[in-house]
Design a protein around this ligand. Structure first.
Ligand code: DNO
Length: 390
């Protein structure tokens, strides 16, 4: 696997020199200043590429070209936005970049309730807590019909919890859920969030799925023509939030997309952390089943709790069989004679990064540790595959 690293661009506190010291050779980046559905230009892509290459690295994956809400709801100027997305894919191809990641999550990109959850070792992790989510959804946001989406005992627990929270804790939770976290494309206020939720009032799961298929049919045609591989990112978390429809949460969902749009350009980002918080997603099985459709992978682990809550564990701990996933991916690479770009996804906030200004989940040392552990697994798997160890 090609060892890559997400870099948010020149403003990222983790520099390209750090990336090289971490031992990654490729970069995953996006033009985050052009994330409102505008068409990327050759010049902008080339400028970013030049910065990366002057540091002695390669730009392997675009993560992400944002998909504006208009495309998901198929309202307003959605066709112009789809045309822009296609133009962006062409600009990426013109610069020689071969993989484009995107997601089709309605409104929310990746979502956590806690970006600084204390671990027993003194570091912190990202966490998604069902009761906190319910507290926000039902009692703070007061979304219409939210009560119907949560069991009574969860609401009771949320009420109890909320009663003990200071205003600052409520504000932090709200910021985590609807405001900016790294690479989430849109920020909301409480009012604008409620208004955007309303846009989905009449969109069912099957309706949104059709919107996805219509969109991917168009962009896959462009991608195939220019030699770019698309890699849809799974829903994170892989279950409905705020009553919104979800269409890429499970193996069956992703398979439906492949069946609907058979173009070889139509593929997936095998994000073990996102899929992995749904206990029905068996990542080793999925890696084997998706095979040639895996154009990119995020390796990260999570520990699930009974009510659907989870936290991000060490890369090799947690509920996902990371060794099995790496072995399955190496098998695909050997069979197909290609290299799949991987990146260590997220990392704990540890050591000297504590107290620094970092992008939550994207600090340097936590990811460096994750990459080092994963690199050890890759080497070991290769050694066994080569028959050098019994
Ligand atoms: C979170 C990331 C997501 C991902 C997008 C892909 O850390 O995995 O922000 O980049 O969902 O479109």
């Amino acid at each position: 696997m090609k060892q890559t690293w997400r870099w948010f661009g020149p403003d990222d506190p983790v520099t390209l020199a750090h990336v090289k010291q971490a031992g990654a050779v490729g970069i995953v980046s996006a033009l985050h200043h052009m994330n409102r559905g505008q068409a990327w230009t050759d010049d902008e892509v080339r400028i970013r590429k030049g910065i990366i290459e002057r540091a002695g690295l390669t730009w392997d994956v675009v993560e992400s070209i944002a998909v504006p809400e208009a495309i998901k709801t198929r309202t307003g100027n959605f066709q112009a936005k789809i045309d822009n997305h296609k133009a962006s894919i062409r600009a990426v191809a013109n610069a020689g970049i071969k993989v484009c990641c995107y997601n089709f999550m309605s409104i929310t990109d990746w979502t956590r309730t806690d970006l600084d959850w204390p671990l027993a070792n003194g570091g912190t992790a990202l966490r998604f807590d069902m009761v906190d989510l319910c507290a926000y959804d039902v009692l703070i946001l007061k979304r219409r019909n939210a009560e119907g989406d949560h069991p009574a005992e969860r609401i009771a627990a949320a009420k109890k919890r909320l009663a003990s929270w200071p205003e600052s804790k409520i504000a932090q939770l709200e910021a985590n859920l609807i405001d900016w976290v790294p690479a989430r494309e849109t920020v909301y206020s409480r009012d604008s969030f409620l208004r955007q939720l309303d846009e989905y009032r009449d969109i069912t799961v099957e309706g949104l799925r059709q919107h996805l298929f219509l969109f991917v049919r168009e962009i896959a045609e462009t991608a195939e023509e220019v030699g770019v591989k698309l890699a849809i990112h799974p829903d994170d978390p892989p279950f409905p939030l705020f009553g919104l429809p979800r269409v890429n949460s499970t193996q069956a969902d992703t398979q439906k997309l492949f069946d609907a749009v058979p173009s070889p350009a139509n593929g997936v980002t095998l994000c073990t952390g996102s899929y992995g918080t749904n206990p029905n997603n068996d990542l080793v099985k999925m890696a084997k089943a998706f095979g040639p459709r895996i154009h990119f992978t995020h390796l990260r682990n999570t520990t699930r709790e009974a009510d659907g809550s989870f936290y991000e564990s060490e890369h090799l701990d947690g509920d996902t069989d990371m060794i099995g996933v790496v072995a399955a991916l190496r098998e695909i690479e050997t069979r197909e004679g290609r290299e799949i770009p991987m990146r260590p996804d997220h990392g704990h906030l540890i050591v000297d990064d504590i107290g620094k200004k970092v992008n939550p989940g994207y600090s340097c040392i936590g990811r460096l540790k994750g990459l080092a552990e994963l690199r050890g697994v890759m080497r070991t798997v290769d050694t066994f595959r080569a028959g050098r160890v019994n």
